[in-house]
Design a protein around this ligand. Sequence first.
Ligand code: ADP
Length: 496
Amino acid sequence: MKYVLSLDQGTTSSRAIIFDKGGNIISSAQREFKQLYPAAGWVEHSPADIYGTVVSVAAEALARASVSAEDICALGITNQRETTLVWDKRTGEPVCNAIVWQCRRTAEYCEKLKAEGLSELIYEKTGLIPDAYFSATKLKWILDNIPSARIRAERGELLFGTVDTFLMWKLSKGGIFATDYTNAARTMLFNIHTLEWDDELLKLFTVPRQMLPEVKPSGSDFGCTDKSVFGFGIPVCSAVGDQQAALFGQLCLNEGDVKNTYGTGCFLLMNTGGRAVKSNSGLITTLGATISAHENAKPPYVLEGSVFAGGAAVQWLRDGLKIISSADESQTLAAQVKDNGGVYFVPAFTGLGAPYWNSEARGTVTGLTRGTTRAHIVRAVLEGIAYQVYDVVEAMQKDAQVKICRLAVDGGASRNDFLLQFQADILNCPTERPKVFETTALGAAYLAGLYSGFWKSVDELKNNLSANAVFSPAMSEDKRKQNLEGWRKAVNRTLL
Ligand code: ADP
């Protein structure tokens, strides 16, 4: 039997999952690693932890399934995006810890870029809004602050990579120095229209071109792992950023397909096909996954929006307010009342993202009466997650001028049937939860397996991807309008 091995290097843990031809999980392993907070607002990872946990979970997953490395016909990598690493080309020694996407150390510099009027230029080329999230300013920080880094980089001694690049370089003992379009698109150095590293941006961020990896479609022949790592050279056939991996894993391969991941925050991605859609609501335009040598290997464009507080609001009910004892209980309680009783909750704990973009906004509960119960509050919190997702979907539909016909969902909070039913009601379109929840790892596996010929076609995958549940809209149009009106009022109060 042959299998595909998917390595999912996330922000808090590394995971390995082995898939069979039916898309079933044969075995998996997971290991958390340390988050480093060297200063207020700074977040780092040890590169040795990133690589070490990936190798150990891969070995563990192989051992658990009693599968030898020779039985793995393709390996796929998916990763936390934007996190930035710089290492010595000869020794492999990183010059400092990985600067994690969440790290705000370059926020002030990004404000300066905006004040200098550079937002438009950056957006036109990269589809991104200047922010400390993206790799460019993190890389510049390393070159400016780590002793002799700039000189060594200019001499061609140092390499830059996002996590995918670093992992492939390490797994191949320096044999692979590459990335894919989805990761490159998040660096703020890559032109998503010409599909090349952009000289003007390299100059702006003072980055020597020779540090940068080759960019390929997400499903490609990247090279092989070194024999010493798993005892056999495994072909690396995909590298893809985590959100784009989930989009592919959900088989959102056509224009207008949208997925939402309900995690701590929510990440929504819409495939816009060959159109790089300009957003009027502050959504990001980025690249999606594609496969080399397919007729059209040009990556699709993607609109991306996020909701800051998704499942985090449920965590707050449990750990902050302590009115539920588990996240699952939120569903039981919400279902105990026939409606929200006029209560709306806007979970603006850290401000509101698209389409409001207000960092000063803070959470609000409106419509409390003497009749309000714990169940109403819990219900309002779940509904608040769904309304925020609705707002982002609306913005996407407006920007892209398409009407969505289903929302593919995944992530921890998508376990909640009440949430998914309410989401379907408020969007007036079905929400669909797949059988395999691990859509991120699955996306990397699909890309690797399709590239290598393990799977012959997307149609074969469609047979694998059966829905676990489909929630169809069942709310009257009047009720929907009334609910949305209530939400708008609550948001307006939050924005005051
Ligand atoms: P992340 O990858 O961001 O850590 P996960 O996809 O693991 O997130 O999802 C975890 C989030 O899902 C938590 O914020 C948790 O509160 C929420 N969650 C888990 N189960 C439920 C549930 N049954 N109902 C609502 N939210 C849930």
